[in-house]
Design a protein around this ligand. Structure first.
Ligand SMILES: *Cc1c(COP(=O)(O)O)cnc(C)c1O
Length: 366
């Protein structure tokens, strides 16, 4: 194999690394799905082969993530960004009703921006002044009474901060953007009104958005919205209201299977993720100040590790040298600069160890 044919350690924030065994299975089945005689890319979504793939993916996710029967699982399109509109469209019943948004970084800020088309935005907390380097305690939240829902983002992909508990919001339905950390650990799904995640960070590839919604919330505006925007229509059609993203659903089904069978479930995945994150944060903390982490230590993300070197020049030198050493896509988001190592479920421990070693060597040489 030439250098460009060798797989590197890919720290992309998304679309992101997939488990190698999943890629191998996709390759092996690409020309011919077993028993079907065609590729997954070429078959009808109404045929029995795909219907089984869809049902399997949904069942596997329900078991893996312990989704209670009170909640529906929907496979949608439009990315997380469409959910910014779909959620208020379905959950706000009156344009004067408040929606409480906890703004902890670029994503939760963006998530709050479409609320105004359907209801009244109340920013329950805003981390802008501290440059989104920490998360609020429950006591800091300014929640409104009678809000349609409270929205937060469990992991801020750009700023590298992550909630390690669930905000306490009383009886108001809690809505969470888990785009960059769903399935990184077990979650008590019953505490949520709605959870959503685009698949291309931790659950599969671009094109699929997973929505887990408490069934009673789907009824709030059922039948009063355009077809695609109405959760209850997707639920009634079992995610087949129109052609679903067939290939993306197939890939996510394989990722769920990998998590259950090879990793051993979400508690096992959590342990591995915590170990991987600890390796990188130790490299930062033991660098004598050479590396500076962005996140307040108690809010550090186990998915996106964000830090900088002493200067923009050394950030650039770091990125160039890392890339030559087979570690790619480490550039921080353009809004923040610096370095970001995204270490989703599929990033092997060996990749993180290689990066930590590289960090130690780079700091010593510079
Ligand atoms: C990537 C990301 C999104 C954006 O998802 P799209 O599929 O591009 O719409 C939203 N929220 C978070 C937390 C993300 O990490």
């Amino acid at each position: 194999m030439t250098a460009t044919q060798t797989r590197v350690y890919n720290f992309s924030a998304g679309p992101a690394v997939l488990p190698e065994t999943v890629l191998e299975q996709i390759r092996d089945e690409m020309l011919c799905l077993p028993g079907v005689g065609s590729s997954i890319l070429e078959i009808s979504h109404r045929g029995s082969a795909f219907m089984r793939i869809l049902a399997d993916a949904r069942d596997r996710l329900r078991r893996l993530f312990s989704v209670p029967e009170s909640h529906e699982i929907l496979f949608l399109q439009g990315g997380s960004i469409l959910q910014n509109a779909m959620i208020p469209a379905n959950l706000v019943t009156d344009p004067g009703q408040a929606v409480d948004c906890i703004v902890t970084g670029s994503w939760s800020k963006k998530n709050s921006e479409d609320v105004k088309y359907y209801g009244k935005l109340n920013v329950a907390w805003n981390g802008k002044e501290c440059n989104f380097n920490r998360l609020p305690a429950d006591s800091e939240l300014k929640l409104s009474s009678g809000a349609a829902y409270v929205h937060y983002t469990s992991n801020e992909t750009i700023h590298g901060i992550q909630f390690h508990g669930i905000p306490e919001v009383g009886n108001t339905p809690l809505v969470c953007d888990m785009s960059s950390d769903m399935l990184c650990r077990p979650v008590d799904v019953s505490r949520y009104g709605l959870i959503y995640a685009c698949a291309q960070k931790n659950c599969g590839i671009a094109g699929l958005t997973i929505v887990i919604i408490r069934r009673d919330l789907m009824e709030r505006r059922s039948g009063q919205l355009p077809t695609y925007l109405d959760y209850s229509k997707h639920a009634a059609e079992e995610s087949m209201a129109n052609t679903p993203p067939t290939f993306a659903i197939y890939v996510s089904g394989l990722v769920f299977q990998w998590l259950a069978n090879e990793v051993g479930g979400l508690e096992a995945m959590r342990k591995i993720n915590e170990r991987k994150a600890a390796i990188l944060y130790e490299a930062i903390d033991n660098s004598g100040g050479f590396y500076r982490g962005h996140a307040n230590p108690s809010n550090r993300s186990i998915m996106n590790v964000v830090f900088r070197t002493p200067s923009e020049e050394s950030d650039k030198a770091f990125l160039d040298a890392a890339s030559r050493a087979g570690m790619t896509q480490l550039k921080g988001h353009r809004s923040l600069g610096g370095i970001r190592a995204s270490i989703y479920n599929a990033m092997p421990v060996a990749g993180v160890e290689a990066l930590a070693q590289f960090m130690t060597d780079f700091a010593r040489k510079n």
